[in-house]
Structure formats: structure tokens, C-alpha cells
Design a protein around this ligand. Structure first.
Ligand SMILES: NC(=O)c1ccc[n+]([C@@H]2O[C@H](COP(=O)([O-])OP(=O)(O)OC[C@H]3O[C@@H](n4cnc5c(N)ncnc54)[C@H](OP(=O)(O)O)[C@@H]3O)[C@@H](O)[C@H]2O)c1
Length: 321
């Protein structure tokens, strides 16, 4: 480990960071070592990473001093914040600032900041198509990450623009649900726009590709996607892949979706509306070719589905939503 470049991974017990840890650990001769950061090293994911050769350390994104210690002596840092734990754009920005400040203090040679675009730049402030949320954001978890990009200026940083995880179908309960009539259906305010999506595991693999490339991506914004598909195209693939018959797509208006009442419905309504109304810009900001160059194992939706179909619930009825 001593002669290897240490990558301190925020979110190591989670989806993006976990994928990066697994990518590094799967390549023992790659010259990199994992320092996995968690608030609780006793949780299963931390123990698994330790058993696979990662150094597991404790730090909290709300405590910059703990991050400085966790980053000390590291070559690189992978930075990600988890909006969905607290739903606060301001908190997400404060945590991102702590990552950047600690990376500066530790003098690391390469930081990857997992970011998204500022959706406010896509429409005029007077545009009434969607509400502002948390006072000044259109899609808070996008806009806050984009605002936080500024904290990383002056650092040797790569800005990694990620895509919608297909894994949301089982992780966020977004898969089609079986109705009482036996027909599967799902509801999005996406019209016929293409959704930039990818296997969540491929984000970490792309990040590993960026670290391995050294100087090439420092100072760059790198947008990645696996495959861009309409809701109907995904539905057809799910229908075939899961053997569940036709999947009916309820293409509702974004206002209807925002009104569904679950926590984050307004946020997700705005997000899907951005994907729909600004399809061209969202698609242009991400490239499957770039993602495949960084990670030659990049999965298509069908490949991801073949691997993950057992995780997608197919029996739940719509009444259980
Ligand atoms: N779902 C999507 O389709 C999608 C697409 C693009 C971007 N994103 C973005 O991805 C982000 C979430 O990343 P993820 O999916 O990898 O998250 P995740 O799987 O839910 O895991 C969250 C990770 O963050 C760590 N964490 C959270 N709060 C922390 C704190 N205060 N201090 C230290 N570590 C903390 C957790 O570590 P411990 O609990 O072990 O401390 C855990 O490892 C969100 O902000 C979201 O906007 C999501």
C-alpha cells in the first residue's frame, strides 16, 4: 500500500463511492489504494471494504477537520454529497465546501467532484413552467452541486457530471408496478424525451478511469451516460427482460407529478421536466463514448437489466405504491 497512490473516497459505503472502491480494489496492480470514508466503520459495507483491502477511516462531511485528517497523505479524493439524506441544497453546498477546503488543506493532487448542471441557466428566472424550490432553485440537488463547483476552483479538479441511475428502479421504487388488472404501468412527466441513464456501478468505474488518466482530465468537465432512452423504450426492454407483458406509460404533466405528495415529489417533478423540456442540452452534456473510453465495460440498459433483474420487484400491485 505504501507505494500506491491513495484515493480517499467519500461515500465509499454508498453507490458512487462504493463503485469506485470496487473498481480500484479489482485492479490490485493498478497502482492505487482505497481509503474508504464513512461515518460508521462498523457498518457492513465498511467491513466488506476492509476485508477486500481498503483502509476504512471515519469522517463526517459536516466536520471539515475530520475530512482534513481523512484526506491527509492521499493522492486523490472522490467527492460526493448525498442530497437525499437531508433534502437541503444549502447543506449540500456546505458539505461540498468542506470537501474542497479539506482537499486544499491536504494538498491532494487530483479531486473528482461528482456534480450536475445548474438547471436555472436553462430557463429565464421569469419562466413559470416550474416552481422555484427552497426559494431559489429549480432542481435543488442539481443546482446546489453546480453552485458548489466554484469551491473546487484552484484545485486540480475534474467535474464529473453523472446520469440517472437505472438502479433507481429498485433503489428508489421507480420500477413499473402491477395493477389489479395484471398490467404493469409507470408514471413520469417525461413525454417522449430521452433520459440520460446508466448503471450506477459504471460511475465509479469511470471515476477510476479519470484517476488513472492522470493530468488528462484535470480542469475538465466530464459528462457520462450509459444509454439515452425514452420511457417507452425502457418499458419495452423491461417488458422483454422481465417477461412481464407490455408496460403502460402514463405520461403525466409535471404539475401532476409534483402534486403526488411523496417527499421530494416537487423536486423530482422539476427534474423530470428539465429532462423533458431541455432534452437536447441534458443529452449534449453527457457522452457514452467518453464514458466507454474511461470504462470499457460500460453497460447498456439491456446488459444492466440482465445483471440486475432479480432486484427489480415484479409482484407489487399498484395499490401498494
Ligand atoms: N440516484 C440517481 O439517479 C443519481 C444520479 C446522479 C447523481 N445522484 C446524486 O448522488 C448523490 C448520492 O450519491 P450515492 O447515490 O452514491 O449515495 P448513497 O448510495 O445513498 O450513499 C450515500 C453515501 O454518502 C455518505 N455520506 C452521507 N452523508 C455523509 C456525511 N455527513 N459524512 C460522511 N459521509 C456521508 C454515506 O456514508 P456513511 O453513511 O457510511 O457515513 C454513503 O456512503 C446524491 O446527491 C444524488 O443527487 C444520484
Amino acid at each position: 500500500m505504501a507505494d500506491k497512490k491513495i484515493i480517499a473516497v467519500v461515500g465509499a459505503t454508498g453507490t458512487q463511492g462504493g463503485g469506485l472502491c470496487r473498481a480500484i480494489l479489482a485492479d490490485p496492480n493498478g497502482g492505487f489504494a482505497v481509503r474508504a470514508i464513512t461515518r460508521d466503520p462498523n457498518k457492513d459495507q465498511g467491513k466488506t471494504l476492509a476485508s477486500q483491502g481498503a483502509q476504512v477511516v471515519t469522517a463526517n462531511l459536516d466536520d471539515v477537520e475530520s475530512l482534513k485528517k481523512a484526506f491527509s497523505g492521499a493522492y486523490g479524493v472522490y467527492g460526493v454529497t448525498n442530497f437525499w439524506e437531508h433534502f437541503s441544497a444549502e447543506k449540500e453546498k456546505a458539505q461540498a465546501k468542506n470537501i474542497a477546503d479539506a482537499a486544499k488543506a491536504a494538498g491532494v493532487k487530483h479531486v473528482i467532484w461528482s456534480t450536475l448542471e445548474d438547471t436555472r441557466k436553462l430557463m429565464d428566472p421569469s419562466d413559470k413552467r416550474m416552481p422555484f424550490l427552497q426559494e431559489k432553485y429549480r432542481v435543488p440537488h442539481f443546482d446546489a452541486k453546480a453552485e458548489a463547483d466554484a469551491y473546487f476552483s484552484g484545485l486540480p479538479a475534474t467535474y464529473l457530471v453523472t446520469s440517472f441511475y437505472w438502479d433507481n428502479l429498485y433503489m428508489f421504487g421507480l420500477a413499473p408496478k402491477k395493477g389489479d388488472d395484471g398490467v404493469y404501468s409507470w408514471t413520469f412527466p417525461m413525454g417522449n424525451a430521452k433520459l440520460t441513464g446508466m448503471a450506477a456501478e459504471d460511475i465509479g468505474k469511470a471515476a477510476y478511469g479519470i484517476f488513472k488518466a492522470g493530468q488528462e482530465y484535470i480542469g475538465k468537465r466530464v459528462g457520462i451516460t450509459g444509454e439515452n432512452l425514452t420511457v417507452n423504450e425502457m418499458g419495452e426492454k423491461l417488458s422483454k427482460g422481465l417477461g412481464i407483458g407490455p408496460v403502460k406509460y402514463n405520461a403525466v404533466d409535471a404539475d401532476v407529478y409534483r402534486g403526488f405528495g411523496f417527499q421530494g415529489a416537487d423536486e423530482m417533478g422539476n427534474m423530470f421536466q428539465v429532462y423533458r423540456d431541455f432534452e437536447k442540452q441534458v443529452v449534449a452534456a453527457r457522452s457514452a463514448d467518453v464514458a466507454r473510453k474511461l470504462n470499457p465495460q460500460l453497460q447498456t440498459f439491456d446488459q444492466w437489466l440482465a445483471k440486475n433483474k432479480s432486484r427489480i420487484p415484479t409482484q407489487a400491485s399498484a395499490a401498494q405504491k
